[in-house]
Every structure is written in structure tokens, then in C-alpha cells.
Design a protein around this ligand. Structure first.
Ligand code: AHR
Length: 500
């Protein structure tokens, strides 16, 4: 039976775990915005100004810190002026990336920023570089953030007097692909040009995030840091550089099923998920060469599992189910971000609702809501937001799938301002429980809470008929003796232990 000794050094507190690594992403894709988050004011589904209230409540519960919008690939085809002013006058455009459906523009800047205010999260607006201009992006920033002038007046005419002071701005998305098919050498110059004209307005300094690499394209990161880390007069113009990595078992387009997999399918996802650690290390090393003081953040603004679409759904909508396998993948990935939180300071799970590794699924036509196992993981990890990382020494075995390594047990720990310690841990083995011995050095631990997410059927998922089939329950059998805690985790499980 796998065993792991975990030692947490409770007095050697490390860097702050930025709450923004628990961020999310909502694109105009499939049923994420329309018939997902947005039901419209006249819907029978309870809503506030068009945004469905049960979903907003579920997102507040997991304290989502930021939300990226409107894409993704959609962002580089999006012109913000299409989404302001009276709704009945907004143009209808074809969403060429995602299913060719007609985009009504019912959700635009005002609606999205209202959603963020309802949730209590920070907006992250993704600007159009691929088919836009520096002027268009500059004016969007001014429309959102200026206190005076024609654009501020237009904003007031559209019922918003005070500026939103949006801080987080993406300057293009996947510019190596759907965002313009550019080389990094070309985009680095474009970035400098766009960044120059995305200006700070009073009390609204911008945090600009450049379109970054995918997977292990370290050359992209190297060139961006070399060419754009320092502005022409030496000042920083690159606050964040992105990285996209999806866990996709097999060739493109994804064919691996979201449910109905065997143990090999489980292990494949664990091994591919752990690749994120290798990639983050590689991009960190490239960034360190130009920015040893770690001023520019690595922003993993798209991550998550990507499987075959659910049969009977529009292939352009990327709707998939989820199991406890995705919960363990989320835990593994968040542990990687926490372990690299000196550099990884923002991350966004793709996507929020009804698309890829969503935290919620909704019935078509605006019906009932189902929370996924990934929602539960984010609930367990919320205690780490803005807490100080504690170092965890682990002697867990390394497992392998197809030559790719990953840990049998992965754990992280943090110390919150109220002195509580939270340890989050996952067992990546689908076949055997993990016997964990946890030592909290220099602390007499009192267990305040212990929860686990596991499922006897690894392929079970939450459905309308059984909305909470896979969720957390109290973790039984936690034994404390001095500074040592012993506990057994079921096969394929995520747990959180909180100590007062
Ligand atoms: O999240 C779905 C798509 O994946 C995004 O639009 C794009 O940025 C990425 O390729």
C-alpha cells in the first residue's frame, strides 16, 4: 500500500500565494456565456440584471478572484464597440471560431463588468491584437478607466458614471495561432506598440499581460523577455507573460472520453497534468535570465482538461462532463502553481461554465445547475488564497505512465493570517489508498476541519438526476499524536486538513 511521509515546516513561512492563481475564464464559446451564466433579464431563471443568481452564489462560495473575458480565440475577433449602447441596436456577428453561431452582443462591457461586481471578483479583459488596432484597444481602456473626456461621457450616457478602473488587460491571445499566426519576433514588436498605447488613467494603473507560449515553447518566452521585459526607456511594460497548457490525452482533436475511462486513462491524465510542472520550470528559467527579481509574473491564463465533446452536443461548443479524475488533476495543478507562486501569480481555469473543465454545468434552456467535482476542489483550496506558503517535504513515490513521471501523492500547505494551517493533498493512484503521515514541525496540531473528495466509481459524475454524486465529505479516521497526524486517503482522492 502506498505510503507518504509529509513534513510541514510551520515556522518557515514562504511567499504569499496570490489569490489570483485561483482565477477563471469565460469566453463567448458554446454555452458558457449565453445559456450558461447569462439568461437575460426576462428569464424565468432567477437572475440579477440577466446573470443567473444560483451561479453567482456558487462562484461567490469558492471566492473566485478574477474572471478573464471575452476569450480566448474569440477575443481577437471581438470589437468592444459592438457590445455597448442599447442592446437592440447592437450588431449581430458570426462567431467564426466557435460553432458559427450568431453572436447577439447582448453581453458586452457593461454587462460583463456588472457580473464581476456581482461576484466580487476582478475583471481581466483580453484585448484584440489579431484583428484590432492599438487605437481600438487604447480606447477600450479609456472607456473603462477614464474620469473625463468624450469616452467617459459616452460611458456615463450608457448608465455608468464612475470608471471601473480595470487593472488586468491581456494584449492578444495565442498570437502564435488563432490570435494572428505570428512569429514571436514579430509579436514582440507588436506587443511593445500596443502596450505603449494602453495607457494608465488616474488611479488606474494597468497590469498588461502579453500573449505567451504554449506548452514547452521556451523560445517564445525567451524572446518576449528579451524584447519586451524592459520598455524603450527602461520602465517595465510587461507585468505578466502568459502560458497556455491543456491536459489533452491523445491526438488533436481530442478523442479521449471524459467519463468511461480505465485505469490507464486515469494515469495518462495524471502524467500529462504533471507536465505543467516541467513547463512552468522551463518558462521560469527563461524568465529568470532577464528578470531575476521576478517582477514579471508567469500567468497561466488557460489550463484544464480537454476531452472529446459529449456525444450529441455541438462539437464547436466544447461541452464535457467531469469525474473525480478532473478533481485530482485540478489539485495536482494548483499544487504546482502554489509550489511556483513566486513567479506564477495569476492563473485561469478553462472555462467557468459548460465548457471544458468547468466548475458548473447548466441544463439547456436555462434550467437546473450542477456543480462539478472541480468546484469542490476550488472550495477546498480557497483557504490558500493570499496565505503564506509553508514548505512541504514529501517522500512520496514517483509513478510513471508511458515514461512520464508524476507523484503518487502531492501536497501543499499554507499559513493564513489567522494562524490556521491548511494542508491540501491528493492521491493520484486510482487503485490503492495512500497512507499519509503528516508532521507539523513546531506545532501542536488541533484538527479544525478535514474533508475528502473521492468516489468508489472513478467514472461517476454529477448530473441533473444526481447533482452531488461526487462531492466532499468529512475525512474520517484522522489520528493525532503529538506533532504527527496519520490518515488514509481513498484511491484517487483530494483532501484538505485545516489546523487551528
Ligand atoms: O479555451 C478554448 C480555447 O483554447 C481558447 O479560445 C483558446 O485560447 C485556446 O486555444
Amino acid at each position: 500500500m502506498p505510503r507518504a511521509q509529509l513534513t510541514v515546516h510551520t515556522t518557515e513561512s514562504g511567499p504569499v500565494i496570490d489569490r489570483h492563481i485561483f482565477g477563471h475564464f469565460a469566453e463567448h464559446l458554446g454555452r458558457c456565456i449565453y445559456d450558461g451564466l447569462w439568461v437575460g433579464e426576462n428569464s424565468s431563471v432567477p437572475n440579477i440584471r440577466g446573470w443567473r443568481s444560483d451561479l453567482v452564489a456558487a462562484l461567490k462560495q469558492i471566492r473566485i478572484p478574477n474572471l478573464r473575458w471575452p476569450g480566448g480565440c474569440f477575443a481577437d475577433d471581438y470589437h468592444w464597440r459592438d457590445g455597448i449602447g442599447p442592446r437592440e441596436k447592437r450588431p449581430r456577428r458570426v462567431n467564426a471560431h466557435w460553432g458559427g453561431v450568431v453572436e447577439s452582443n447582448a453581453v458586452g462591457t457593461h454587462e460583463f463588468l456588472d457580473l464581476c461586481e456581482q461576484i466580487g471578483c476582478e475583471p481581466y479583459l483580453a484585448g484584440n491584437v489579431g484583428s484590432g488596432s492599438p487605437r481600438e484597444l487604447r480606447e477600450w481602456v479609456e472607456y473603462c478607466n477614464a474620469t473625463a473626456g468624450t469616452l467617459a461621457e459616452e460611458r456615463a450616457t450608457n448608465s455608468r458614471r464612475d470608471p471601473w478602473k480595470v487593472r488586468l488587460w491581456g494584449v492578444g491571445n495565442e498570437t502564435w495561432g488563432c490570435g494572428g499566426n505570428m512569429t514571436v519576433e514579430y509579436y514582440a514588436n507588436e506587443y511593445r506598440r500596443f502596450a505603449t498605447y494602453t495607457r494608465d488613467f488616474p488611479n488606474a494603473p494597468l497590469y498588461r499581460i502579453a500573449s505567451g507560449a504554449r506548452n514547452d515553447d521556451y523560445h517564445w518566452t525567451e524572446v518576449m523577455m528579451r524584447e519586451a521585459f524592459k520598455g524603450p526607456i527602461g520602465g517595465p511594460i510587461l507585468q505578466g507573460l502568459s502560458l497556455h497548457y491543456y491536459t489533452v490525452p491523445g491526438d488533436w482533436p481530442p478523442k479521449h472520453p471524459a467519463t468511461g475511462f480505465d485505469h490507464a486513462g486515469w494515469n495518462w491524465v495524471m502524467a500529462l497534468g504533471w507536465k505543467m510542472d516541467e513547463y512552468v520550470r522551463g518558462h521560469r528559467a527563461a524568465m529568470d535570465r532577464y528578470d531575476p527579481a521576478e517582477k514579471t509574473a508567469l500567468v497561466v491564463d488557460e489550463w484544464g482538461s480537454w476531452y472529446a465533446v459529449e456525444s450529441g452536443t455541438n462539437p464547436g461548443f466544447l461541452y464535457q462532463q467531469q469525474t473525480v479524475r478532473d478533481a485530482v488533476l485540478a489539485s495536482l495543478t494548483l499544487n504546482i502553481f502554489i509550489n511556483h507562486c513566486e513567479r506564477v501569480r495569476i492563473a485561469n481555469l478553462a472555462q467557468l461554465v459548460n465548457v471544458l473543465q468547468a466548475v458548473a454545468l447548466t441544463e439547456e434552456g436555462g434550467g437546473r445547475l450542477v456543480l462539478t467535482p472541480t468546484w469542490d476542489v476550488l472550495a477546498l483550496y480557497a483557504a490558500h488564497q493570499d496565505a503564506r506558503r509553508l514548505s512541504v517535504h514529501s517522500d512520496a513515490a514517483t509513478l510513471k505512465h508511458d515514461g512520464m513521471p508524476y507523484p503518487a501523492v502531492s501536497a501543499t500547505a499554507s499559513l493564513a493570517a489567522d494562524h490556521t494551517i491548511t494542508v491540501t493533498v491528493c492521491n493520484t493512484d486510482p487503485a490503492a489508498p495512500a497512507e499519509i503521515t503528516l508532521t507539523l514541525v513546531d506545532r501542536a496540531p488541533v484538527v479544525a476541519d478535514a474533508r475528502v473528495l473521492a468516489s468508489a466509481d472513478l467514472t461517476a459524475c454529477n448530473t441533473i438526476a444526481q447533482p452531488r454524486a461526487v462531492t466532499t465529505r468529512p475525512l474520517d479516521g484522522v489520528r493525532v499524536s503529538g506533532q504527527q497526524i496519520s490518515v488514509s486517503l481513498p484511491p484517487g482522492a483530494v483532501a484538505s486538513l485545516r489546523f487551528s
